[in-house]
Design a protein around this ligand. Structure first.
Ligand code: NCD
Ligand code: ZN
Length: 366
C-alpha cells in the first residue's frame, strides 16, 4: 500500500469564519495536517484594520488572530490574516502594519463579487491612492480574488468570456506594469488565462489552486444542480481545468500551490439562490491527491510524490517565507469515508458528499 510521508503543510487560503463554529473549522484544518493557515478576512465586520488601537469600525488583525488562537489555532505554527482592502485602507495603515509585524498580506475583493465582498473597492482605486505602492515598498503580499466586478449575463459567464478571464486579460497586466515588484498571489485561479498570466510573469507573481477547480468542471455543477460545488470563481471548462492540472504537475513548478478556499456555509441554498463556497476541511490533501492522479501522474512513483509535495507543502511556504515543519503526516492509498462536519448547531456538508461521493481513495494519518 502506497504511503506518502509529507511535512505538515500550510493552507494558504481558508475561511475560518467567526463565532462558536470556529473551533470545528480549525480542528478540521489540524486534522488534515495543517501547520498553519492564511485565514481570510471576509468576516462580519471584515478585518479592515491592523491594530485594535485604530478607531475605525472594523475588526483588526490583532483581534481576529486572538479569536483564532482561542478557538484552537494555538496549535498552528503560523496564522497569516490578510488585511481586507477597503475604502478606508491608507498608506499609513500599511506602514504601521508593517512596523507592527502583524501585516504580511492584503486581500483584494471585487466589490460585491463573492461572499462578504461588500466592502471591496475597485483595484484601480488602490493603484491611485498609494496603497499598492506602499505594499510594494514594504514587501506586503497582495492576495487577489481575480474577477471583474459589476458584470452580468454573457459578460459574467459565457462560452468565450467570464469575469476571471477578462480580469486576467485586462486588469492584471495593468497592475503588473504599474507595480513590477509587488508580490502577488493570484488566488483560487480557474482559467487558462490566469495560468498563462502567472507563467509569463516574474517570480513575484504566483497562484493558489483549490481542489474543486482541479477536479471538476461546470458540467459537474450543472448536471443535477449540485449546489455544494457552487463557489466563486465558478468551476470552468475542460481546457481551463487542463491548464490548471498541467501547471500543478509540471516537475519544474515553483509558482502554483495549495490554497483550499475551504468555505463553510451553515445555510448553503436559500429560496432565491445559493451561498458561494465549498467546504473541504479535513479532506483537502485526499482531494488534491485524487486530482493529481486524474493526469498522467501516479503517486506510487517517487518523482510524482515530489511534484505533489512541492504543490502541497513547499511552493507556498517558500513564497510567504514560512518554515517547512519537521513534523510529518501520511497520505495512504486506502479508501476513506467522507463525513459531514458536526458543529454545535448545524452540520456542514463537505464537497464530495454534495456530489454523492461518499468515499475517497486516500486516507490521512496525522
Ligand atoms: C468564499 C466564502 O464563502 O467566504 N466563497 C467562495 O465561493 N470561494 C469567498 C471567496 O473566497 O470568494
Ligand atoms: Zn475564499
Amino acid at each position: 500500500m502506497t504511503t506518502i510521508t509529507l511535512p505538515l503543510w500550510y493552507d494558504l487560503h481558508v475561511h475560518l469564519r467567526q463565532g462558536e463554529n470556529m473551533n470545528a473549522y480549525i480542528q478540521a484544518q489540524i486534522d488534515m495536517g495543517c501547520a498553519g493557515v492564511l485565514a481570510m478576512p471576509n468576516t462580519k465586520p471584515p478585518v479592515g484594520k491592523v491594530l485594535d488601537s485604530d478607531p475605525l469600525d472594523y475588526w483588526s488583525i490583532e483581534y481576529y488572530l486572538h479569536q483564532i488562537v482561542h478557538a484552537g489555532g494555538d496549535a498552528f505554527k503560523v496564522a497569516i490574516i490578510p488585511l481586507y482592502l477597503t475604502k478606508d485602507t491608507t498608506v499609513q495603515m500599511i506602514e504601521n502594519g508593517k512596523r507592527s509585524g502583524l501585516l504580511r498580506a492584503c486581500k483584494y475583493y471585487p466589490p460585491h463579487g463573492t461572499t462578504n465582498a461588500d466592502h471591496g473597492c475597485p483595484l484601480e482605486s488602490f493603484m491611485d491612492n498609494g496603497v499598492l505602492h506602499a505594499m510594494e515598498e514594504h514587501g506586503i503580499v497582495l492576495c487577489v480574488h481575480g474577477e471583474d466586478h459589476g458584470l452580468s449575463g454573457v459578460d459574467y459567464f459565457d462560452a468565450t468570456t467570464n469575469a476571471e478571464k477578462s480580469f486576467y486579460l485586462k486588469v492584471m497586466p495593468k497592475l503588473r506594469e504599474k507595480f513590477p515588484n509587488l508580490k502577488i498571489v493570484c488566488e483560487h485561479i480557474t482559467t487558462k488565462e490566469a495560468v498563462d498570466f502567472v507563467h509569463i510573469s516574474g517570480k513575484n507573481i504566483v497562484a493558489s489552486v483549490t481542489p474543486q477547480h482541479l477536479l471538476f468542471t461546470v458540467g459537474h455543477l450543472v448536471q443535477g444542480l449540485k449546489y455544494h460545488l457552487y463557489c466563486l470563481p465558478l468551476v470552468k471548462f475542460e481546457a481551463d481545468r487542463d491548464a490548471l492540472r498541467q501547471a500543478v504537475i509540471d516537475p519544474y513548478n515553483t509558482k502554483f500551490f495549495a490554497g483550499t478556499d475551504s468555505a463553510p456555509h451553515t445555510t448553503k441554498a436559500t429560496e432565491c439562490g445559493c451561498a458561494a463556497g465549498c467546504f473541504t476541511g479535513g479532506i483537502a490533501p485526499q482531494l488534491y491527491a485524487t486530482a493529481f492522479e486524474k493526469t498522467n501522474l501516479n503517486l506510487d512513483d517517487r518523482l510524482s510524490q515530489e511534484i505533489f509535495e512541492r504543490f502541497l507543502c513547499l511552493n507556498g511556504a517558500h513564497f510567504y517565507g514560512l518554515p517547512i515543519p519537521d513534523k510529518t503526516f501520511d497520505l495512504v492509498r486506502e479508501e476513506s469515508v467522507v463525513n459531514v462536519l458536526n458543529t454545535k448547531a448545524e452540520s456542514i456538508v463537505p464537497l464530495p458528499l454534495g456530489l454523492n461521493m461518499t468515499t475517497l481513495p486516500w486516507t490521512l494519518n496525522v
